[in-house]
Each structure stands twice: as C-alpha cells, then as structure tokens.
Design a protein around this ligand. Structure first.
Ligand SMILES: NCCCC[C@H](NC(=O)CCN)C(=O)O
Length: 431
C-alpha cells in the first residue's frame, strides 16, 4: 500500500508514536474516567452518571464540541475538527464509539467502562497527533459517539435510525475479552419476552379451579430445551424464568420468560418461528393466554472488514499484542453486539482485547478485573492500536477507498443471501 504524497513510512511512524505519546500523557485522567463509570454501574438506557461523566470529560478537553443527551437521553456526541488538508477538501470523519452500560446485579461484568475508556483514549490520541502535525494531507473530523444500551435494547440501532452515523467514514471500538482477537464471530440476536396469563386458586383446597401460568412457563422452557438438540451447532437459544409465581399455595396466575435467540447471520426468521411454536404450544397445553413480544430491535452479526482488521493486527503487533490463534476461540460464537448493525451502515472494526485476567465475561470476577489497575495497560494499548489504524486510513492514499469497497461488497453479498432465504413465519419452518 502506498503512503500519502510526500509522507513516507517514517512520517507514518512519527504520527503513530505521537498518538501513543498523547494517550500515555492522558493515562491518569483516562483511568479516573473509567473507574468512575465502573464505580456506579447503570443498566441499559439508565446510564445517567456515565453519560454525565463522559460529557464532563470531553467538555474539559480543549477543542471538542460536546452534545449531551444526543438523540437519546443517555447518548452523547463529541466532535473535533475539521482540521488539516485544504479548504474544500472532502472531510474524512473518523468515529470512535463508547459503551458504558452495565449488567443488572453484577455491575461492569462485561467491562463497558473500559470500552468507554478505549473510545475516549483513541479519540484523544488521534486529535493530539493531528493538532501537533500541522501538515495533515487530509481534512479530518473526529467524532466520539456515546452509545448506550448494548446489553439490552440496542442503543446503536436507535442512533442509526436517528441518523447519528450519517457522514461517518469509518468507525472503531473494542471490547474486553480473555484474549486479543481482531475479530470474533458475534451473532445476530433477537430477544423475546413471553407472558402467560392463567388463573389463581388455592393450590390445595381447589386446584382444579386454577390455570397454572408457571406450568406454561416450565413447559415452554422444556420445549425449547428439546428444540435445542435439533438446532445447528452454532445457533444459540437460552433464557430465564423472570416471574414464576408468588407462593406455593397460590396457583400462579402469571409467569414471564425472557429468551435470546441467536444465529450466526442476520436471518433469524427460522429460529424465531420454531421458538414461537414452543411458546404457543405451552399455552395450549395449560389453557393460559400468551403474549409473545419480540424486542423492538434485532442485532445483526458483524460484517467483517478485513482491510481494517489487517491494519489493526499489524499495529497491535508492534505494540506487543499476541493475537490468539486458538481456532476454538476464533470460530466459536462470542455473543452479540449492536455494533453488528453499525457494521452494515459504516465500515468498522470491533476487536476484542485481553484485560490482564482469565476471568470470563458476565461474572463477578470479570467485574473486579474491569475495575483493576492491571487492565489499564491493555486498555490503553488497545486504544493506541485503534488510533494507529485510523492514522493508516488517513495517511495511506486509496486505503479508505479499499475499506469502503470491501464494505460495499460485503453489504451487497449479505443482502443477496437474505433475499434468497425463505420468508419468515411458521409455515416456512423446516422439519
Ligand atoms: N439483548 C441481547 C444483547 C446481548 C448482548 C451481549 N453482549 C455481549 O456479551 C458483548 C460481547 N459480544 C450478549 O451477547 O449477550
């Protein structure tokens, strides 16, 4: 790949070193930011303190235009630039995403405080080098988007629909994990909430008068467990009973289930239809009424951009990252993310990073690891690799074009696959 105009490899390296220097200079305030978010965990769409803390962080930095409550109550946007290039040049808008929602009950067990820190650090690093190198060959704008509600709901999808990603050329974020990995296969997911309505009665004196909603939930749960054997190995179906009654001697008049349905690509219709039959048949068996409510948004799988992946990997290696080569890890579904939907509207990457602990995400041990000082080295190293990748995109001519061409091709192929899939609905469920 060529390197911009008269800017040779040496210049590219100078820029990258400067990015790293700027991030290192800010490390104390970045740790404070992350620690504050970690100390007051808030669940999806309720991240008021995290929102305020991030807004304060960018307001205290020079030169950022900060919009609090940007399109969503707990979203924000901070922009800097355009800067460099020549008046009238096309502006390259580089986006960094911050997540900051926690899980109910166990705090920042997925390390989203570190995701916020990575986004902030990478943006500061990129701005720092652009400011200090007055000879940027391209006109650049840096956008930080605070995206709430990844664990539940899909804040990024709300923001896509509200136009928040329009005009962005490329977008970066990274997610804490057990290893450094440029890409792990995140799956499409659709959440479903199911309510059974029965009839209460004295469970010993006149049980025949009751209609047992807990039985419906249990039958549905078992139906889905039986279905699991017939699913493809890389599909996932799992859930909880959220409400199962009030007391053993009251036949439960109400029960509630919450399930996640996941497949490796965007077409969830087959799994959705199969699950729906499991829920409905449980209602029939018990005589309950059932309400099946699929979530407003489906998350898509991540559309990969290998051009960006390779750059990130090269940059990560220069910083000492050892990317996993374990095929089990690389090929096993790693959950889901609303970044999947972003990856279909803007080219981007969502690498995973080691945080200095073998604890597994969504455990109390991971919560502890996400708040520990030991995670800082790895978090800032990840931010550096992302910002260095942004530098590549800005300084190497034709690279952005390549990134965009791969993106367009990927979207086109995915659409072709979706169109050839059978229509959604129970009638199309294969046996
Ligand atoms: N409501 C469904 C969203 C679940 C998102 C969650 N995300 C992560 O764990 C991030 C790592 N991929 C999940 O997959 O359960």
């Amino acid at each position: 790949m060529a390197i911009a105009g008269d800017m040779g490899r040496e210049n590219l390296n100078t820029w990258k070193n400067k990015v790293n220097h700027c991030i290192d200079e800010a490390k104390e305030k970045l740790f404070l930011l992350s620690k504050d978010i970690w100390s007051s965990p808030e669940i999806a769409y309720e991240e008021k303190l995290a929102h305020d803390r991030l807004v304060r962080f960018f307001s205290e930095e020079k030169g950022w235009q900060v919009e609090s409550h940007y399109k969503l109550d707990t979203a924000f946007r901070a922009t800097w630039g355009p800067f460099g290039g020549k008046d009238g040049d096309n502006v390259v808008n580089v986006g960094f995403l911050c997540e900051y929602d926690a899980l109910p009950g166990i705090g920042h067990a997925c390390g989203h405080n570190l995701i916020a820190e990575v986004g902030a650090a990478a943006a500061i690093g990129l701005k720092g080098v652009l400011e200090s190198e007055s000879n940027s060959p391209v006109r650049v704008k840096v956008t930080v988007l605070g995206t709430p509600a990844e664990e539940d709901g899909g804040g990024k999808i709300d923001l896509i629909l509200a136009g928040a990603f329009e005009g962005m050329d490329v977008v970066f974020m990274a997610h804490p994990s057990q290893e450094d990995a440029v890409y792990l296969p995140d799956m499409a997911v659709h959440d479903v909430n199911v309510k059974y309505h029965g009839k209460a009665s004295h469970a010993a004196a006149y049980p025949w008068e009751g209609v047992n909603a807990l039985d419906a939930a249990v039958i549905a749960y078992n139906n889905l467990s039986a279905l699991r054997q017939q699913l493809k190995p890389d599909w996932r179906l799992h859930g909880i009973i959220k409400h199962g009654g009030l007391k053993p001697n009251i036949i439960p008049a109400y029960s509630e289930l919450e399930f996640y349905l996941r497949t490796p690509n965007r077409d969830l219709s087959c799994l959705r239809a199969k699950a729906e039959m499991c829920f409905r048949s449980a209602a029939m068996a018990t005589g309950c009424q059932v309400d099946i409510m699929f979530a407003k948004h489906e998350y898509h799988n991540i559309l990969r951009n290998t051009t960006l992946d390779q750059l990130y990997e090269e940059n990560g290696r220069t910083l000492g990252m050892q990317f996993t080569t374990d095929q089990n890890v690389l090929n096993t579904p790693s959950g889901s993310t609303d970044f999947g939907n972003v990856s279909y509207v803007v080219p981007g990457i969502h690498p995973y990073f080691y945080i200095g602990s073998d604890a597994l995400n969504h455990t109390e041990e991971y919560t502890a690891a996400s708040g520990a000082e030991e995670a800082q080295f790895y978090t800032l190293r990840t931010a550096k690799a992302l910002a260095m990748t942004a530098v590549d995109v800005l300084l190497r001519p034709d690279l952005l074009k390549e990134v965009k061409e791969e993106f367009a091709q990927g979207v086109f192929c995915e659409q072709a696959v979706s169109k050839s899939a059978p229509p959604a609905g129970a009638a199309s469920v294969p046996h």
